[in-house]
Design a protein. Structure first.
Length: 246
């Protein structure tokens, strides 16, 4: 009896513990909700999709790396070409500017350290003046500096022809003469077509076309030679000049 009374409480305790554990498991199962019988199929489908997406991601990463390498290559090539072109144009400007102005000096200056993002300033010092940016020059000086820069670019990579619209308008006779001589020299490689009112400029042309207006609102084009252009005088609205290379 003593042995039986000793084991019975232990059995009841174990039963209580088992019931408590079963209740916990039952609650956990209940919280899981209804059983999804299609879960295995869905898992397989999602697994296949994950494999596909992983493959796509790998391809995209490879493509991104390829593009980054290409961009680095292009940036390097751009920096190299820009620096080479900048130096050549700068050398040409430094050579042409004194000829255009009869002295002085000019050069191109980068405004930043990054060649892909830098601006370019034109520094110029006409004879008898201080060195300054092109913005501080007079209208005629700006025009002559721009001519020197454009012709420096043409020296580097001549185009078939160049059209200029009254470039000589702000120039005095001395500078017009220098400008005309420079155009004659450049005409060996470039054909110039430009508009002018200046008789000095007209004298260097191979061919002249005048535009006149005898009636209001009616323009007339006439072919003229140098002497005729001088006779037309103020009746000519503007003149097309053709300077051909040989």
């Amino acid at each position: 009896m003593a042995g039986t009374s000793f084991t019975e409480p232990a059995r009841r305790s174990r039963r209580a513990a088992v019931r408590e554990e079963l209740e916990k498991l039952s609650n956990r199962i209940h919280r899981l909700g209804p059983i999804n019988l299609a879960a295995i199929d869905e898992y397989e489908q999602q697994s296949e999709r994950k494999v596909y997406l992983d493959s796509q991601n790998e391809d995209l990463e490879k493509a991104l790396k390829t593009l980054q390498n290409a961009i680095r290559k292009f940036d390097k090539e751009t920096r190299t070409r820009f620096k080479e072109t900048f130096d050549k144009i700068n050398t040409g400007l430094q050579s042409l500017f004194p000829r255009v102005f009869g002295g002085g000096q000019a050069y191109l200056d980068m405004t930043g350290d990054d060649l892909l993002d830098t601006g370019v300033a034109i520094m110029a010092r006409p004879p008898g003046k201080r060195n300054s940016t092109i913005h501080l020059l007079s209208g005629g000086e700006k025009a002559m500096t721009a001519i020197a820069l454009v012709f420096s670019i043409f020296h580097l990579n001549p185009s078939p022809f160049c059209m200029l619209d009254e470039v000589d308008a702000p120039l005095d006779d001395t500078n017009v003469g220098r400008y005309a001589n420079l155009v004659k020299e450049m005409a060996e490689n470039v054909q110039f077509i430009f508009i002018t009112h200046n008789k000095i400029t007209m004298e260097m042309a191979n061919q002249l076309l005048g535009v006149t207006m005898h009636e209001a609102g009616v323009s007339r084009i006439v072919a003229v030679d140098i002497d005729e252009a001088a006779e037309f005088g103020s009746d000519l609205i503007f003149v097309f000049i053709f300077v051909r290379w040989s």
